[in-house]
Design a protein around this ligand. Structure first.
Ligand code: ADP
Ligand code: MG
Length: 339
């Protein structure tokens, strides 16, 4: 038993800017285990960002493409428990032999080994043994190796022998793609408006995003109700936004930049291009409405502009809003993300 979950594959791991390096390094390792310079491969990132999915996808790929290779996936917690039991039962040798025989070792959440000196000693020996034989080692951690306190230096220095790649919070496009893939897999249709709303509102991690999609899908199929933005909003309120979130200027900038698919740097820049000026003015307008910041401070957050620029921006938006129904609609939509 390799403890791999066959549902985690590269096919259903959505690629985006947030995970491109880790994914392609992972795929390279999957195709040539032990033969790339990515050994060990260390994938790190916060909770729910796809570490387990990615490393299990590597394991599954190897198992499906290399029949003779023994792939072992284990969480660091389980590894530790097995180690402790093997000591208790006087079978430590069996334990180490077992791990020294694998061709691919995937060990998840190594931050858990922190402070566990004896477990680390044994892992160190297993690691060295496998690495010398050119066996592939793949690890995950919730933080970069340099921040792994409580891990022995000799282990940390070995972690850096190969490649360290991070998983970041998925960007807006990736969130859209993940939602669409999920809906497609379940054969459920939901209006694009709603997908967009969810992608804007849930920008923490993929696990949370999936939670929201699952309850939306459940509502759609159980109640046979059409899922609209209003319903999505209520669902969201019940799961993610149970604590009142304070709207910060950073959130406003993120959401507005996402909305217009420009970068936050462009939003704050000196650029006078129309595609940047309008979103920037809107973002200042929303910052005035949803934060308590004085105008001067809002200007400061937009590339050090002065308060008269902020006033001017707010006036522009007010005028546009009265004369252009598209602008009005955009503002209503953006406002709905903060309420
Ligand atoms: P972690 O181990 O980093 O806490 P997981 O690998 O358990 O996160 O991922 C949480 C959930 O999000 C899983 O259901 C996983 O399938 C899904 N997920 C994460 N990243 C992606 C992605 N890029 N594409 C599709 N699903 C993803
Ligand atoms: Mg995990």
């Amino acid at each position: 038993d390799t403890y791999l979950n066959p549902n985690y594959s590269f096919d259903n791991f959505i690629e985006g800017d947030c995970n491109r390096l880790a994914r392609s390094a992972g795929f390279a390792v999957a195709q040539r285990p032990g033969l790339t310079s990515f050994n060990p491969l260390m994938v790190y990132g916060g909770v729910g960002l796809g570490k387990t999915h990615l490393v299990q996808a590597i394991g599954n790929y190897i198992r499906n493409h290399f029949e003779d290779k023994v792939v072992m996936y284990v969480s660091s917690e389980k590894f530790t428990n097995q180690f402790i039991n093997s000591i208790r039962n006087n079978v430590l040798q069996d334990f180490t032999d077992f791990y020294m025989k694998v061709d691919v070792l995937v060990i998840d959440d190594v931050q858990f080994l922190s402070g566990k000196e004896k477990t680390q000693d044994t892992f160190f020996h297993i690691f060295n043994h496998l690495h010398q034989l050119g066996k592939q080692i793949i690890m995950t951690s919730d933080r970069p190796p340099r921040e792994l306190q409580g891990l022995q230096d000799r282990l940390l220095s070995r972690f850096k022998w190969g490649l360290t790649a991070d998983l970041q919070t998925p960007d807006f496009e990736t969130r859209i793609a993940i939602i669409q893939k999920k809906l497609q897999a379940e054969g459920i249709f939901i209006e694009y408006d709603v997908i967009e709303y969810v992608a804007h509102s849930v920008n923490t991690n993929v696990r949370e995003l999936e939670g929201v999609i699952i309850s939306l899908m459940a509502q759609a199929s159980l109640t046979r109700q059409n899922i609209d933005v209003e319903l999505a909003k209520n669902t969201l309120k019940n799961i993610v936004m149970n604590e009142e979130k304070e709207v910060t200027i950073d959130t406003i900038q993120e959401i507005v930049a996402d909305f217009f698919t420009i970068s936050i740097a462009d939003l704050k820049s000196k650029s006078r291009k129309k595609e940047n000026v309008y979103p920037r003015q809107l973002a200042m307008f929303l910052a005035k409405e949803f934060t308590d910041l004085p105008l001067k401070s809002i200007g400061y957050h937009f590339g050090g502009r002065d308060h008269s620029t902020v006033i001017h921006s707010i006036q522009c938006v007010n005028e546009l809003m009265g004369s252009d129904s598209d602008v009005e609609e955009t503002i209503l939509k953006l406002r709905s993300y903060f309420k």
